[in-house]
Design a binder for this molecule. Structure first.
Ligand code: URA
Ligand code: CA
Length: 434
């Protein structure tokens, strides 16, 4: 086989065979196929797309390019959740303990954040003593014992995806449904999930800005998962504004604690209940979504969910007293309000720009090497549709310095107030199954 022939075949809109796709991914991973040929190939896929079989083949070729995690020693159906991007997305922190409290095993491999989207590990590391540097054996033992553990990304998982994603980033080929879908799904499958619950964001802060694009991406991932034997479903949720109120690491831990206690923001709570119900059903711990939701609500009400969070923190060295006393979490020395400049209704809170503002405060990494300040961030007081009076605070900035002029300017230019009444955006657009 010759790479140039396969590039031409795809360029001319023909479908590649399983063996041909394996040849491309295997050759690229090993370095036998150079970046310039792979760039041409990615561009051909970008314009010609891939059929369902090719997408599944590409996903599995990337899974097989490196190590895979064997979670078979964990009892029960391992359900993984994945949210595509998002700003101030605290769902993983809430969902882990919440579904684990119903006996669903959650074996979470997680990463640190890059850019304006926070990583779950960064958030958890704002808890004194908590660490994710555990061995695979310890990880499996913790999940069997407590139904929940988080481990850092380790080993050589989907090296083909790592290499290809970096190449796509500089060749204008990121925004391709088959390439995004196979990239995300290969990582979930390599990490050992039996079933996968996807949270595909839509709107200004999301990867996909339109509902049509999000639906297409969600359907592509659902099809791939199910065609390779992983029960997969997707929810399309709003990311036109940040989820919940808090954006920033320790601030989001506080928000997760509130939500696990049943006093969290309405949108975050609702999304967690929706995703959680699907996870519980996928794990066969309830026979219907309604039953699953009732069980989750009960777990919040009785304190089972928050107790599970404490147990999980202790098991990984974390100080669980922060749950009852969140003032022990890292706190920024300065809190600065952002008063509304006029009366009206909040009509826009551009999610990714709010994320970038939090990053400028020090909450996110501009480059992989940046160190982050776990205490800083933004807490919204108003969301889209809320009425606001001139002078009333729109949000609180938690900063490590007094001068936040630049951040304030960015926030003002990305929060719009309208004279007319505005409806709150729809939170859950669609639920997509096979
Ligand atoms: N996230 C991924 O992991 N891969 C993509 O291609 C896009 C977003
Ligand atoms: Ca949040």
């Amino acid at each position: 086989m010759r790479m140039v022939d396969l590039i031409e075949k795809k360029r001319d809109g023909k479908a590649l065979t399983t063996e041909e796709i394996q040849f491309v991914i295997d050759g690229y991973t090993k370095g036998a196929i150079p970046d310039y040929q792979m760039s041409a190939f990615a561009m051909a896929v970008f314009f010609q797309d891939m059929n369902e079989q090719e997408r599944a083949d590409l996903t599995m070729a990337m899974v097989q390019s490196g190590d895979t995690i064997d979670l078979s020693a964990i009892e029960g159906i391992k359900v993984d959740k994945h949210s595509t991007g998002g700003v101030g997305d605290t769902t993983t922190l809430v969902l882990g303990p919440l579904v684990a409290s119903l006996g669903v095993p959650v074996a979470k491999m997680s990463g640190r954040g890059l850019g304006h989207t926070g990583g779950t590990i960064d958030k958890l590391e704002s808890i004194s003593g908590f660490h994710v540097e555990i061995s695979n054996d310890e990880f499996i033992q913790l999940v069997n014992e407590h139904k929940l553990a988080v481990i850092g990304q380790s080993g050589n998982l989907t090296p083909a995806d790592k290499k290809l994603y970096a190449l796509r980033d500089v060749t204008g080929t990121v925004n391709s449904i088959p390439l995004i879908a196979s990239s995300i799904m290969s990582k979930k499958i390599a990490a050992g999930a039996d079933a996968i619950c996807l949270d595909v964001k839509t709107g200004a802060g999301a990867f996909m800005k339109t509902i049509e694009g999000s639906r297409e991406l969600a359907q592509a991932m659902v099809n791939i998962g199910n065609s390779v034997g992983r029960k997969t479903m997707a929810v399309i949720s709003d990311m036109s504004q940040p989820l919940g109120f808090a954006v920033g690491n320790a601030l989001e831990v506080r928000e997760a604690i509130d939500t696990l206690r049943g006093v969290g923001p309405e949108d975050l709570t609702e999304l967690c209940l929706t995703l959680g119900s699907h996870m519980v059903v996928l794990a066969e711990k309830a026979s219907s979504l309604e039953e699953a939701r009732q069980l989750l609500l009960e777990s919040i009400k009785t304190g089972k969910a928050i107790e599970k969070f404490k147990t999980f923190l202790r098991a990984q060295g974390g100080d669980d007293s922060i749950v009852d006393d969140p003032s022990k979490l890292p706190q920024a020395p300065f809190t600065i309000e952002l008063p509304a400049k006029e009366d009206g209704y909040v009509s826009e809170i551009v999610a990714d720009e709010i994320g970038i503002a939090a990053m400028l405060l020090g909450a996110g990494r501009a480059t992989k090497e940046s160190t982050i300040d776990l205490s800083v961030g933004i807490v919204l007081h108003k969301k889209i549709g809320d009425k606001v009076k001139k002078g009333e605070s729109l949000l609180t900035i938690h900063a490590n310095q007094e001068n936040v002029v630049e951040v304030k300017q960015k926030l003002y230019s990305n929060i719009k107030i309208s004279k007319e009444k505005i409806e709150a955006p729809i939170l859950i657009h669609e639920e997509i199954t096979l």
